[in-house]
Design a binder for this molecule. Structure first.
Ligand code: FAD
Length: 433
């Protein structure tokens, strides 16, 4: 009898540890075929030249895929890398390697599920099954105390019930061996240029360098918890919003799972409660997308959204360039443009300013974040923006959106001084302000 082979389609789960599709495939098959596909859909450019994926995130992703390949090679295995539409690539590889089944982790947001459906349809024509796993949230969908359709829209109620009636599952072990068929053409990692992007220029003002990959994610987690007392105390204290794990870029593409972070936090008892709360927000947005689909980010009242200022388009451009004239807003946007990362508090402040003061289109603000953020994740980005824009029922939750008084927006803080436009020249060098 011939060997049974399962194709493991890596997407936003670029890790070996706590990866159920990898472990299950290794257990159920004689051989597995690990595949990552760079889908040109995510690297397309808009009419204005903006890319759907900015260069900081693209570089981070390339590093993460390279690290996954290296880690698989540590098992004597190999990652096949292709550039193309997964609905073409996955079936072609399935045929070439006579695969018996394909495994992947189920996504929740519209574009991602649409791609899975196309792959599923193409495989179905070959009488192959695409098996869906759940593995992107801290709480497993099946352990929630309610079916998806009955998940409370209020975060406060969701939190209360989940914390009372559910438990986070233990992490799954990493496989002890991985066998792959003989691979003739593993494929090269594309360059940024091949993806239509320039190399990002690292800004010397950035306080963090985010290196993609599971290896760096584990280093970051341990670094973060090495200072656990400080981190968690500050999180619990009044300066909480200034202090963060900075794990979001890795969590977003699954270099580390929220469950791994949860079990690390558990070691620190109730000190870690606020960090768990942040992870619960992440779960909540994903479950809301699962429950409502695109309706979660659609205004209930169709008239909403027509209330834009006459100069909304111009204001949006100034906001994107960090040229509103409001020091804190401009500094935060300069940091975003120069690094791909800004704090949660500053995300709330700049988003709130776009929506409430400039009365510009929040959808375009969210799309700008989608391009720029190194940790972009559809449910977290669009969910948070929809909250701030107040377009759905979730606004009834106790969500403490940071609003700033005019004098705080104008204040020349250290942050503002660091990120003011005049402090850096075109070559990326610091100049005196
Ligand atoms: P920590 O405070 O250390 O929290 C731990 C983890 O919890 C984070 O890594 C993240 O995975 C999750 N988390 C924390 N806060 C939130 C939140 N409000 N919503 C959802 N998840 C959360 N986060 C993203 O990961 N991707 C996005 O695209 C994204 N877009 C956002 C857009 C707006 C307008 C706003 C207001 C927030 C957005 N967030 C997004 C949430 C949050 O700003 C980031 O997750 C956080 O700043 C990451 O820093 P950290 O890893 O230090 O978080």
């Amino acid at each position: 009898m011939s060997d049974r082979t399962i194709l493991v389609w890596f997407r936003n789960d670029l890790r070996i540890n706590d990866n159920e599709i990898l472990l299950e495939a290794v257990r159920k098959a004689d051989k597995i075929l690990p595949v990552y596909c760079f889908d040109p859909y995510y690297f397309q450019h808009t009419e204005t030249g903006a890319s759907k994926t900015g260069n900081f995130r693209a570089r981070f992703l390339l590093e993460a895929v390279a690290d996954l390949r290296k880690n698989l090679q540590g098992f004597g295995a190999e990652l096949i890398i292709r550039i193309g539409n997964p609905a073409d690539v996955i079936p072609q590889l399935a045929q070439e390697y006579q695969v018996n089944e394909v495994y992947h982790h189920r996504e929740v947001a519209y574009e991602e599920t649409n791609i899975s459906e196309q792959v599923e349809t193409a495989l179905w024509k070959m009488r192959l099954n695409l098996k869906h796993f759940i593995g992107h949230t801290m709480y497993h969908k099946e352990d929630l105390p309610f079916p998806i359709k009955d998940i409370p829209d209020s975060f406060a109620v969701f939190k209360k019930k989940v914390e009372r009636d559910s438990n986070v599952r233990p992490c799954v072990p990493k496989p002890d061996h991985i066998s792959v068929p003989e691979i003739t053409d593993a494929g090269e990692l594309p360059t940024l240029q091949q993806l239509g992007l320039n190399e990002p220029v690292d800004d010397m003002r950035a306080t963090e360098y985010f290196q993609g990959g599971e290896t760096a994610a584990l280093v970051q987690m341990h670094k973060c918890f090495a200072n656990a007392d400080q981190l968690l105390k500050q999180k619990n204290g009044r300066n909480g919003s200034d202090c963060s794990s900075k794990l979001s870029p890795w969590i977003s593409i699954g270099c580390i799972s929220p469950r791994q972070v949860y079990w690390e936090i558990q070691k620190y008892g109730s000190n870690g409660n606020l960090l768990k709360l942040e992870l619960l927000w992440r779960d909540y947005f994903r479950f809301m997308f699962k429950k409502h689909g695109q309706k979660f980010i659609k205004a209930k009242d169709e008239a909403q959204g027509t209330d834009l200022a006459p100069d909304a388009e111009l204001s949006l451009q100034k906001w994107k360039n960090g040229e509103t004239g409001v020091p804190l807003i401009d500094a935060a946007i300069h940091e975003l443009n120069a690094t791909g990362y800004i704090s949660n508090q500053n995300r709330q402040v700049v988003a709130g300013y776009l929506v409430n003061t400039l009365k510009a289109d929040w959808v375009q603000g969210a799309a700008y974040f989608e391009e720029k953020l190194i940790d972009y994740s559809p449910a977290s980005n669009w969910g948070n923006w929809a909250f701030i824009a107040g377009v759905n029922d979730a606004k009834e939750s106790k969500y403490a959106i940071v609003t700033k008084l005019p004098k705080e927006l104008e204040a020349k803080t250290d942050f503002v001084n660091t990120w003011q436009p005049s402090s850096i020249d075109e070559a990326g060098d610091l100049v005196s302000a």
